[in-house]
Write a protein that binds this ligand. Structure first.
Ligand code: SAM
Length: 231
């Protein structure tokens, strides 16, 4: 996996020094995946491309240096942890509602010596109560429909910061359905950027949602309400 990561990072124009740490993370992921469900992708080459390089590609699309970042619904750490491994100046919080996944992330961080990464077991809509509008960037991949995700993520973004939603290239209709919610929450769609994962034909998209105004205190609602009546 290490050589694929090295060549992929180089193709992205990113430093390759992080490849051994990412490869070790990949080993821990595949080992733990034998006993708990962390990823459906199990071929090491696919893990390198579809988890690590897909995540790292975000670093080529926005300037994360020195920024506070929270990855909402991070699961086994994607995209947040690869971002922090490749760009060590990121102040990272990994958030997930499933404690077993958060425990795995703590093990990975301990193994890699990443003592400053906060691994938090909480639901985003509950975590927001004490952390409103505090992060420069919120990232999220494969967690929910954008209409729902916007209510989970935008309250955490500081005014002037950005929510980066990682989506497929056929997410155009999903974005249109979410526009009203994004505006109600104080955000606006700044741009969408498509990128190709090195060594693959896979094209993915990042939707950049800028926070223009504070989100009204009534958001986020409980998850039951968000699901039943998405904005
Ligand atoms: N982002 C990772 C990735 O791309 O591989 C994991 C995706 S996984 C399909 C979705 C994750 O979102 C799960 O681990 C789940 O526990 C988490 N999740 C769903 N709703 C959440 C919420 N409201 N707050 C925090 N985590 C949530």
């Amino acid at each position: 996996m290490k050589s694929l990561l090295e060549s992929g990072l180089a193709a992205l124009g990113l430093p390759t020094e992080a490849a051994p740490a990412l490869a070790r993370y990949g080993e821990l992921l595949l080992e733990k995946n034998q006993v708990m469900n962390l990823t459906a992708i199990t071929d090491p080459a696919d893990v390198a491309a579809l988890h690590f390089l897909d995540s790292a590609a975000l670093l080529t699309l926005a300037d994360f240096r020195g920024k506070s970042v929270i990855d909402v619904g991070t699961g086994a750490g994607f995209p947040g942890l690869p971002l922090r491994i490749v760009e060590p100046s990121i102040r990272l919080t990994l958030l997930d509602a499933q404690n077993k996944r958060v425990e795995f992330l703590r093990e990975v961080c301990a193994d890699l010596g990443l003592s400053d990464v906060a691994c938090v077991h909480a639901r985003a809509e509950e975590f927001t109560a004490d952390h409103r509008e505090t992060f420069d960037f919120v990232t999220s991949r494969a967690v929910a429909h954008l209409r729902v995700l916007a209510e989970l993520c935008l309250p955490l973004v500081r005014v002037g910061g950005t929510f980066l939603a990682m989506k497929s290239v056929d997410s155009g209709a999903e974005l249109e359905e979410a526009r009203r919610a994004i505006e109600l929450l104080g955000g606006g769609v700044e741009k969408t950027l498509d990128y190709q994962i090195p060594g693959t034909e896979v094209l993915h998209r990042v939707i950049f949602i800028k926070k223009f105004e504070k989100t009204e205190k009534k958001y986020p609602r409980t998850f039951a309400k968000i699901k039943k009546h998405p904005l």
